[in-house]
Design a protein around this ligand. Structure first.
Ligand SMILES: C[S@@+](CC[C@H](N)C(=O)[O-])C[C@H]1O[C@@H](n2cnc3c(N)ncnc32)[C@H](O)[C@@H]1O
Length: 205
């Protein structure tokens, strides 16, 4: 696991014009992506740092009516965007959660199947505290999936600027998670389709 992931093109990828991409991502490309990284029908999902919902919306389509998506963010305006998009599309399973940015999250222990932490860990003050909080929230077979955008290997920024992907993996594993899978995929960053690495962890023994 090193910087070389940025150098090899991903094969078998649908590329779309930049105007069409965000909508296509939220309706179907994101669903395909989330199924590959481990989301299932009926799952209860926390989208930590949900932003404008580029992952909350397809997550809701993936988990279906029997599932639930908690879109957690510190930014009220972004949560309103998610609420409006969900209403417009007739999606009722997304619950926006406005928080102050510090753990604990307003959710019960062992109440989740999946936590998505996509393009957000470079922004938090104490990553270890949040990884421990994700551990508390996930049930024993639950899955934490991290997109460590802005680490040293991928447009370094904020708190991850000096961390390689291998170091991100090590810091998550120090919080009693174990790496389950590693995906190099095209995904959504801001409004664009980019290539990135996603790490999925399960709770250790
Ligand atoms: C760069 S955006 C990523 C949005 C989304 N996850 C995606 O990948 O498209 C990061 C989001 O995390 C939110 N955020 C930053 N720090 C946070 C924290 N401590 N707790 C919850 N949300 C946070 C920001 O308000 C912002 O909406």
């Amino acid at each position: 696991m090193n910087g070389s992931f940025m150098e090899t093109p991903v094969r078998g990828v649908t590329t779309l014009s930049s105007e069409k991409f965000p909508d296509a991502w939220e309706h179907w490309l994101g669903v395909e992506f989330l199924e590959i990284v481990g989301l299932h029908h009926g799952d209860r999902v926390l989208d930590f740092g949900a932003g404008p919902g580029h992952y909350s919306l397809p997550a809701a389509l993936t988990v279906g009516r029997r599932g639930a998506v908690y879109a957690l963010d510190t930014n009220h305006a972004r949560l309103r965007i998610i609420r409006d998009k969900a209403r417009h599309r007739g999606i009722r399973t997304i619950t926006p959660l406005l928080v102050d940015g510090e753990p604990p999250a307003p959710l019960r222990e062992a109440s989740l199947d999946v936590v998505l932490a996509f393009d957000v860990m470079h922004l938090v003050t104490d990553r270890t505290q949040w990884y421990r909080e994700f551990w508390r929230l996930l049930h024993p077979n639950g899955c934490l999936t991290v997109y460590p955008k802005h680490c040293k290997d991928d447009m370094p920024l904020g708190g991850l600027a000096d961390c390689t992907i291998a170091q991100v993996r090590a810091e998550v594993e120090r919080c009693d998670f174990r790496l389950r899978s590693f995906h190099r995929k095209h995904l959504c960053h801001d409004e664009s389709q980019v290539q990135g690495v996603v790490l999925s962890f399960h709770k250790g023994e």
